[in-house]
Unconditional design. Structure first.
Length: 365
């Protein structure tokens, strides 16, 4: 096109403005706050930038504004379906805004999270979404000193850095055990993998419910630090039933493990739920499609991501939420794998067995 180039060959903002027929100030405003321009001007500037291949200099803009228009998101896994739902919510809520999402995978490592936080904060993000509440001392200090809004997601706790959205994994596990109590089960095993802090809180909730009922037995617990999988669920259940053949139910720390337990029961011709009931956690899509269908604790993952992104964007724009900590609750979705085929037994004296709805148990704060 014969347009003048800088020595580096990079397209300048002035060239975009010229092609779009607007002033450089208007073109600059488009990349900072497109909503401030009319639809016609936005369309012209966007088309010019695309035609010329113009890429805004985020570093220079950060120096000028002390902040980029990037929202950093730190999650422990890019392949786990649980976090896929969260990310879908984050992207849907941020679509149409001027903010872009930058992802980092901590791989369930608090030290990796600390390293990534240091990198993110050096880039002056507009805001941060961080998974969990179990940061290192150094990470916590960096977050508290950060000059941007922050949302911690996936759980709630007593000491938020800034904003927080999630639910109580401890209470959710207790509700799952209460459901099994209501179906007449007493020898309830626990199967867990990876044992990150959120899984550990589910184990704590299970143990508390069993202890309150006078039914706790350490031999009913089988865990491993190995990453979770369906195959691993079957192997852990095989270990559990070999050690404690009289169990009548299994609470699994996630749905992959629950599906593995179901497959192992089918392989051994153990009827579900007549002989052993199964409850999972997260309520992924396949839980309603298995045979028999699998009971699970439903967590509001999409809503968690979308609400976190919406809260963060509003906070960046100066609109702080009235409630910085939001508990989205959970629901025990009862399906065939835990429905009693016999009359429900009354708990023994001293057993803890709160009332459970027939269809589901909902914790709706």
């Amino acid at each position: 096109m014969g347009r003048k180039r800088t020595k580096s060959g990079k397209i300048r903002l002035a060239e975009v403005a010229e092609l779009a027929g607007v002033s450089p100030i208007t073109a600059s405003r488009f990349f900072r706050n497109p909503e401030a321009l009319s639809v016609a001007k936005r369309t012209r500037v966007e088309s010019a930038a695309r035609e010329l291949g113009y890429v805004p200099n985020l570093a220079a803009r950060a120096l000028a504004s002390q902040r980029t228009e990037v929202i950093g998101v730190l999650i422990p896994s890019l392949t786990n379906n649980v976090f896929s739902d969260v990310l879908r919510g984050i992207y849907d809520a941020s679509e149409g805004s001027r903010y872009s999402i930058q992802l980092s995978n901590t791989r369930y490592s608090i030290l990796q999270e600390e390293k990534l936080l240091r990198l993110f904060l050096a880039q002056k993000p507009a805001g941060l979404i961080v998974t969990g509440i179990d940061q290192t001392t150094e990470s916590r200090a960096m977050l508290e000193a950060a000059d941007c809004p922050i949302v911690q997601i996936m759980e709630i706790g007593p000491n938020p850095v800034d904003m927080m959205i999630g639910f109580s994994h401890y209470d959710a596990a207790r509700a799952a055990i209460a459901h099994l109590f209501a179906q007449g089960h007493r020898r309830i095993g626990f199967v867990g993998a990876r044992m990150d802090p959120r899984v550990q809180r589910r184990l704590d909730g299970y143990a508390a419910a069993m202890k309150d009922a006078g039914l706790f037995d350490q031999r009913l617990i089988v865990t491993t630090a190995t990453p979770t999988s369906v195959t691993l669920g079957g192997a852990l259940f095989a270990d559990l039933i070999a050690r404690e053949p009289d169990i009548d139910a299994v609470f699994c720390a996630n749905d992959d493990l629950a599906l593995g337990v179901l497959f192992e029961c089918r392989r051994r011709e153990i009827p579900v739920p007549d002989q052993i009931a199964i409850v999972g956690f997260n309520d992924l899509e396949f839980m309603a499609s298995s045979v028999p269908t699998l009971t699970s604790v439903r967590t509001n993952r999409y809503e968690m991501g979308s609400t976190a992104a919406a809260m963060l964007i509003e906070a960046i724009e100066g609109k702080r939420p009235e409630k910085p900590v939001l508990d989205l609750g959970f629901t025990v979705i009862e399906r065939q794998s835990s429905q009693a085929q016999r009359p429900t037994a009354s708990p023994r004296a001293g057993e803890w067995a709160p009332a459970v709805q027939n269809d589901s148990v909902t914790n709706d704060p």
